[in-house]
Design a protein around this ligand. Structure first.
Ligand SMILES: [Zn+2]
Length: 116
């Protein structure tokens, strides 16, 4: 993997944009493919990038500089927002879990008292 896109928030470094494109086009070796797949499972940006690349049917018509510019922008945005978003995600899960728990208890007690 390329150290150029090393990211402290993910276990593995982001593959280069060309590597992701090669992944989408099935041009990677089995080992490289496995590594990219493992990374995508943990990285929202790259999974979205792969999804986006996969939907474009004529990849060779995309100017390289445009793809690279968009990629650089995404990298910059991601470094600012990723950690915050991940913390919020866990907070939402915790709040929703508590709400479901309280609702379940409330429903149980309502049912318990009204059925007698
Ligand atoms: Zn990534």
């Amino acid at each position: 993997m390329n150290d150029h896109f090393t990211d402290i928030f993910t276990e593995t470094a982001c593959p280069t944009q060309d590597q992701l494109l090669a992944y989408v086009e099935n041009k990677l070796s089995a080992a490289e493919r496995h590594e990219v797949e493992r990374h995508i499972a943990d990285c929202e940006l790259c999974s979205e990038a792969v999804e986006g690349l996969a939907t474009i049917s004529h990849k060779e018509q995309i100017p390289g500089w445009l793809r690279q510019a968009k990629w650089d922008l995404l990298q910059k945005l991601r470094k600012k927002t990723r950690k915050k978003r991940k913390e919020h995600y866990y907070l939402y899960i915790a709040i929703i879990s508590l709400l479901i728990l309280f609702l379940a208890i409330a429903v149980f007690w309502l049912y318990h008292f009204t059925s007698r």
